[in-house]
Ligand binder design. Structure first.
Ligand code: GLU
Length: 323
């Protein structure tokens, strides 16, 4: 490969789908997946599919297979994967050990209830800023408590400052001590935490562009911090609007009539769903029917930014597509 080809190669955008298969894909997830795919494809980029199935609630293979089928049905193709996080635990164990070797990891015995005590200060997104309760425990105390319960493991964040330019939200700056505190990288049940696994995988899988719902904006600085401590590259980020019901409530799996199973059973064609989701993002007019490939030509971050934080979904507007 000559050097210009190598330069072109490294400049390729690599996006990803990173679904947690806890149930049937919902229009909200379909929207975020579509945006991730369009953002990559609009730049001639590639996509990686990673199934985030570390949690017990996400281990049902049949649910994951259905989710994969829903992505394919929407015309959202991928170039690599599926990679299963459940098969990569040694990768996370290795990253965890490297953080431990830096002296940055300590056991935390706090119960969920004590963390949620009313005195705990809240970050703006509703998460708790950990007060370092377990940070100063002596080795003897740690041993005594370990005999009673298994600890979660936290990463110290002292002095960490993270800045990034989000494709939707613009320049972001976080001081981790102030904004989230020392955070869990391995749960008490031994499962590697989302923040660790996601950060490690995004970097090792060569992801250059993470596009996901803006409910995860607050996780980004933590993930970038993990990547930096491990000497791994940071991807770019774009946090797209969430779909909400008319009363402002986030559409969730309980809105069963808007999951892909129900929509497909209703006979809604993929082109219609893609057109509808594209119209919600302001990329095409309502009523458009087109493939994801065709929609890629209409993608622009400017239009996505113009949607604001949330998109109110009028389920009736999708019903009008019913034949
Ligand atoms: N697995 C996460 C979810 O489905 C998304 C992770 C991510 O996009 O970073 O909510």
């Amino acid at each position: 490969m000559d050097s210009s080809a190598a330069a072109r190669n490294t400049a390729v955008t690599v996006g990803r789908f990173a679904p947690s298969p806890s149930g049937r894909m919902h229009v909200g997830n379909a929207f975020a997946s579509l945006m991730a795919w369009l953002a990559a494809r609009a730049e001639g980029g590639r996509m990686v599919l990673r199934i985030e199935d570390l949690d017990d609630r996400c281990r049902d293979r049949a649910v994951a297979e259905t989710l994969i089928d829903d992505l394919a049905w929407m015309g959202l193709s991928w170039d690599e994967g599926p990679f299963w996080q459940s098969a990569r635990e040694d990768v996370y164990a290795d990253a965890f050990e490297r953080l431990e070797e830096q002296g940055l990891v300590y056991p935390c015995f706090c119960s969920r209830a004590s963390l949620h005590a009313a005195t705990a200060p809240h970050a703006s997104d509703g998460t708790y800023v950990y007060q370092r309760t377990c940070r100063g425990l002596s080795p003897a105390e740690i041993e005594r408590r370990r005999a009673e319960r298994a600890p979660a493991m936290r990463l110290m964040v002292d002095g960490a400052e993270i800045s990034f330019d989000d494709a939707v939200f613009g320049p972001q700056h976080e001081l981790l001590e102030r904004d989230c505190g020392d955070f869990v990288i391995r749960r008490a049940d031994g499962v590697y935490a989302y923040q660790l696994a996601c950060a490690v995988d995004d970097a090792l899988m060569g992801i250059t562009q993470v596009v996901r719902g803006n409910d995860l904006l607050g996780s980004t600085a933590r993930q970038m911090h993990v990547q930096r401590l491990l000497g791994l590259p940071n991807p770019g980020y774009g946090h797209v609007p969430l779909l909400v019901a008319a009363d402002g409530r986030r559409l969730a799996k309980r809105d069963g009539d808007l999951d892909l199973g129900a929509l497909r059973a209703r006979g809604i064609a993929a082109d219609r769903l893609v057109g509808w989701l594209g119209s919600l993002a302001g990329l095409v007019d309502e009523g458009a029917e087109l493939t994801a490939d065709e929609l890629a030509a209409h993608f622009s971050w400017e239009k996505v930014r113009a949607c604001g934080r949330q998109i109110v979904v009028d389920a009736e507007s999708l019903s009008r597509y019913d034949s």
